[in-house]
Design a protein around this ligand. Structure first.
Ligand SMILES: Cc1ncc(COP(=O)(O)O)c(C=O)c1O
Length: 412
């Protein structure tokens, strides 16, 4: 096991001055104490380094934000140059126009772009614009889908918020056409929008791809109701198809929210929309002190170029496919029902015999011991900075981790 004493010391200090020490218990160190660092000091390419000097091949990629690698000079170069000239000025930098033009040309079906900071800003704005445009209140969303940490959508808040702010939310199981039809039937005439992630990535569960019939039904029901169809692409954008994950799955949304990988970790997200919603969007009061910041916009432009140079989505899928095949094979050989779900570029391993994820926690902790950072409760991300060598090292570590987990106890 690795030495995390400096990390632990920081955590003890943090617990006195920051509620919980780390927001939202985001560290896998809360799940498997003593086996993960709490604090990281730097990253380079596919690697992260903690405050104790431990190095890991990283498959969380800054919760998806790193797509061309930590500290990529092709992104940081122009971003740092603008930082020296001035980042947040009174009026937007021309990069805002250039980025909007680039995204509108790239993302299929979208005619305008509004830049915000967090993914939550973008999904909140999307549902607000849909409500303003229709004059209706009801939002339909899938059970277990994460659309951000605002009271209207977060499932982790106190019931007092759920009752008040989620009164007009209706949930149905992802991919369940009959349940979705029932929601639309029961709320007919009152529905502002349907918000879906392009594929289902609920926390604690295997990932689920949409069926074509489900997406067609979603579009048909929205059209018949006059409700807007929102795709929340915050987690997946640019990893499946740079034109938007809706293109990858063959969907036709009216609004698309993107974030995370948009600027390789620089803070920016975007809401994009179709022509039909331009008027409502332009009459909407939207602002934030830091939303005009130039550096992330310049970083986003550079990220798009760098992604292409590094091999784009085809390379991500190939590397993710190698990881998936290797993990499932090694898991099977060790006697486990190991299954990697989701698209290859955003993989997540679970075990058939492990509904509570205890085995997954032990597996990921054993991987951390071997210098590979994987989150047991959250899907992973491939980055273009990962190499074939990284995958080979990861699979070698996995061979040891699967062996360490044996013999398999009766129940988890
Ligand atoms: C699908 C989805 N929507 C929205 C969000 C919220 O984004 P942010 O954390 O940037 O507010 C996330 C973050 O994980 C997400 O995965």
């Amino acid at each position: 096991m690795r030495d995390f004493s400096a990390s632990k010391a920081y955590f003890e200090r943090a617990a006195k001055v920051i509620p919980g020490g780390i927001y939202g218990s985001k560290s896998p160190g809360f799940l498997v104490p003593g086996r993960y660092p709490y604090y990281l000091s730097r990253g380079k390419g596919s690697r992260i380094f903690d405050v104790d000097g431990n190095e890991f091949i990283d498959y969380l990629c800054g919760y998806g934000s790193q797509i061309v690698g930590y500290g990529n000079p092709a992104v940081d170069g122009p971003a740092f140059e603008q930082a020296r000239k001035g980042d947040l000025l009174n009026q937007p930098h021309p990069a805002m126009v250039e980025l909007a033009e680039r995204l509108v040309a790239l993302v299929e079906g979208m005619n305008w772009a509004v830049f915000v900071k967090n993914g939550t800003d973008a999904t909140t704005l999307a549902t607000s614009i849909a409500r303003a445009d229709t004059g209706k209140q009801i939002i339909i969303a899938a059970d277990g889908a994460y659309h951000g940490a605002a009271n209207w959508c977060s499932t982790n808040v106190f019931p007092v918020f759920t009752q008040a702010e989620q009164r007009d939310l209706r949930f149905f199981p992802y991919n369940d056409i009959a349940a979705l039809e029932a929601c639309f039937r029961e709320e007919r005439g009152k529905i502002a929008c349907l918000i879906l992630t392009p594929y289902h990535h609920p926390t604690y569960k295997p990932q689920q791809l949409p069926t074509p019939e489900f997406l067609q039904a979603a579009e048909r029901l929205c059209r018949a109701e006059g409700a807007w169809f929102i795709v929340d692409d915050i987690r997946a954008n640019f990893r499946l198809d740079v034109r938007g994950s809706h293109v990858y799955f063959g969907a036709h949304p009216d609004l698309v929210a993107m974030g995370k990988a948009l600027a390789n970790g620089y803070p920016i997200s975007v809401l994009m929309g179709s022509e039909k919603l331009r008027k409502t969007a332009s009459s909407f009061f939207i602002t934030g002190t830091y939303w005009m910041s130039a550096v992330p916009m310049i970083a986003a432009l550079a990220t798009l170029d760098e992604m292409e140079r590094m091999g784009g989505t085809a390379r991500l899928a190939r590397l993710g496919g190698m990881l998936r095949e290797g993990l499932e094979k090694l898991g099977r050989e060790a006697g486990f029902g190991a299954r990697v779900s989701g698209p290859p570029a955003i993989p997540y391993l679970t075990f058939d015999e492990d509904p509570d994820l205890y085995l997954n926690q032990r597996f990921c902790a054993a991987m951390a011991d071997r210098g590979v950072f994987m989150h047991p409760h959250h899907n992973w991300f491939m980055s273009l900075a990962h190499t074939e060598d990284d995958i080979a090292q990861t699979l070698e570590a996995a061979r040891g981790a699967f062996q360490e987990l044996r013999p398999l106890p009766h129940a988890y």
